[in-house]
Design a protein around this ligand. Structure first.
Ligand SMILES: [Zn+2]
Length: 595
């Protein structure tokens, strides 16, 4: 008996045999069984998902001699004629090959004549978007006033190219791409009834290669059977599809995890013997990093169709999430570079060696942070490791706050930035929750201003504009009064009266009681009682707010300098053309104007 290709042999004969598309089938079954029939149906979806198959089954449902239902008998002459493609009243048109207006007119000229043998005259127009504008007009005229004995079944891969006038007259069903699981499952059923031995991994590889199309999956399986001489093995399918042997890709990931350069190059050498497509290998590697990242975060979401599914769990343990992000980015960039490479194997090796060079340590962030700290040290600043001692004079304390934390906290934005370079938002790791931060990241105890002030009263006679900024920090003022105090610049001190200027733009919250309240707050800390006058006027003198903004701007600049001096950041700039998003750099500690 002549060999019949699987796609034809296993073409579904009724809705029950369709794989997937349950949402469409349910709607059609309901419409047929309740006799709510539309005169035009449009099936959309990518190639091979079953659009015309579904349309032919629908044609049987409409014309079966046993009556209109969702269960055509499959046995009457009409059902058999449709299955054999010789039903006179089912007029199939492939619009991709018939775009002339005459052809369509010729077809539609016969619309008004009653069907020959069936209940309905059915026009099945595939790739309907390929019709010319004139043909669409001819079709539209018929769709506007369809004779009761005519049904249109339209199919297209590209519904956006259809005129709205046509779309609006059709009942539209969108067929989905089949998940690889469904395809692999169906292939297993088909091959078992064909009595062809098949390896599970091979079926997954075929299912993936089919990209959602059952027709393609069955065609590929036909080829695989021929290729494997009656069996379907992983090795044959891998060779046939030209996919890179999964063991190589997994070995590459293992060598990178072990930071074993020799093993890495040995894998590439072994691959080279098979004359592989190194670009495809880079694509496979990308896909592996992606799946490892998923396995690390949401293990149950891993795509089971990945040929190296079983290795994923083990690999996910070998890398930190940050490393995977970095490797993905390196591989992506490396693959782009391969376009311009003189030698694909060399480019692939460079890609892997770059991953090797950049993998930071054993999954901790410390190497990056310590590099940054080292960079900060080279800049002449000592990372602060202990809480700053309490400074005796308020202005000295202000200076400490403005400068000392910089080196200590430059390290932290560096870590954030390194993660951001990998193209992903920072992902919290478990070590964030449990391990103690390295000394240079440890939070410093803030200088206890109140305790310091309790032992020594503030000398009003020595109050200057700068010292007012420091004094403001000790005044625990919130709300409107705090806002006013922060915007006040000290203008003069005379005869136990403090005169402040308040910028005209900052007066919205100023109230009559504020000078008195501010005086009371100051008197609690001062060595002699004072009164306060607030004059609304512009002034070039620093206010607590402008001083804090100035200090924070300097902290930001220093953090940026530390980042730009970081060798890893520099490498990322050179190799990845990374650009530091300066606005995203936030010094860990900011100078406050007061509370
Ligand atoms: Zn029938």
């Amino acid at each position: 008996m002549e060999y019949q290709v699987l796609a034809r042999k296993y073409r579904p004969r009724n809705f029950a045999e369709m794989v997937g598309q349950e949402h469409v089938l349910q709607a059609l079954v309901n419409a047929l069984d309740n006799n709510r029939l539309h005169h035009a149906y449009l099936f959309t979806g990518t190639r091979g998902v079953g659009k015309t198959t579904l349309a032919r089954i629908l044609a049987k449902c409409l014309n079966c001699e046993q009556g209109v239902s969702s269960l055509p008998c499959g046995d009457c002459s009409i059902c058999r004629d449709i299955a054999a493609n010789r039903m006179v009243d089912l007029i199939e048109v492939d619009a991709a090959s018939r775009t002339k207006v005459d052809d369509t007119r010729e077809l539609l000229d016969n619309v008004q004549y009653a069907p020959t043998s069936g209940r309905y005259k059915i026009y099945l127009i595939d790739e309907v978007h390929m019709l010319s504008a004139h043909s669409f007009n001819a079709l539209l005229k018929t769709l506007e006033e369809p004779p009761p004995h005519v049904k249109f079944l339209l199919a297209t891969t590209d519904p956006q190219k259809l005129p709205v006038t046509v779309l609006s007259r059709c009942l539209q069903f969108n067929l989905k791409n089949l998940a690889p699981e469904r395809i692999a499952e169906h292939l297993a059923t088909v091959l078992s009834s064909e009595q062809v031995p098949a390896e599970q991994d091979a079926l997954w590889a075929l299912a993936r290669a089919a990209q959602g199309s059952m027709r393609d999956a069955l065609s590929l399986t036909d080829q695989a059977i021929a290729h494997g001489n009656g069996t379907v093995t992983d090795k044959d399918v891998t060779a046939m599809l030209g996919v890179i042997e999964r063991t190589h890709i997994v070995d590459i990931a293992r060598a990178l995890a072990a930071e074993d350069g020799a093993a890495l190059l040995a894998v590439v050498a072994a691959m080279a013997e098979q004359g592989p497509d190194f670009d495809a290998a880079a694509a496979e590697l990308l896909s592996l990093w992606h799946q490892i990242a998923i396995a690390q975060t949401v293990p149950e979401a891993v795509d089971r169709s990945m040929v190296y599914f079983t290795d994923l769990v083990a690999l996910a343990e070998l890398f930190s999430r940050e490393q995977i992000q970095l490797c993905y980015q390196m591989t992506l960039m490396g693959r782009k570079d391969m376009l311009h490479a003189h030698d694909l194997r060399a480019a692939f090796e460079m890609l892997l060696l770059r991953c090797l060079a950049f993998i930071p340590g054993n999954g901790t962030e410390q190497p990056i942070a310590s590099t940054a700290a080292a960079a900060a040290t080279e800049m002449g600043e000592t990372p602060a490791k202990k809480p700053q001692p309490v400074a005796p004079a308020p202005d000295a304390r202000a200076a400490t706050a403005a400068v000392a934390p910089t080196a200590a906290h430059a390290a932290q934005p560096t870590v954030r930035q390194a993660e951001r370079i990998a193209g992903q938002p920072p992902i919290p790791t478990e070590s964030d929750d449990t391990a103690a931060p390295p000394p240079w990241l440890r939070d410093e105890q803030p200088v206890d201003d109140v305790a310091a002030a309790a032992s020594e009263k503030f000398a009003i006679d020595q109050l200057t504009a700068e010292r007012w900024v420091a004094l403001r920090r000790q005044l625990h003022l919130g709300g409107a009064l705090g806002e006013i105090a922060s915007n006040c610049a000290l203008h003069s001190v005379s005869a136990q009266q403090l005169t402040f200027t308040l910028d005209p733009d900052a007066t919205a919250l100023l109230r009559d009681q504020h000078p008195g309240e501010l005086a009371a707050a100051i008197n609690a800390l001062a060595d002699q009682p004072v009164t306060v006058e607030i004059v609304v006027a512009s002034s070039a003198t620093a206010t607590p707010r402008s001083a804090a903004q100035q200090a924070n701007s300097e902290l930001h600049q220093q953090a940026l300098q530390a980042l730009y001096a970081d060798p890893q950041v520099q490498q990322a700039q050179q190799l990845l053309a990374a650009v530091l998003d300066e606005n995203s750099v936030v010094p860990a500690r900011q100078v406050k104007e007061g509370s």
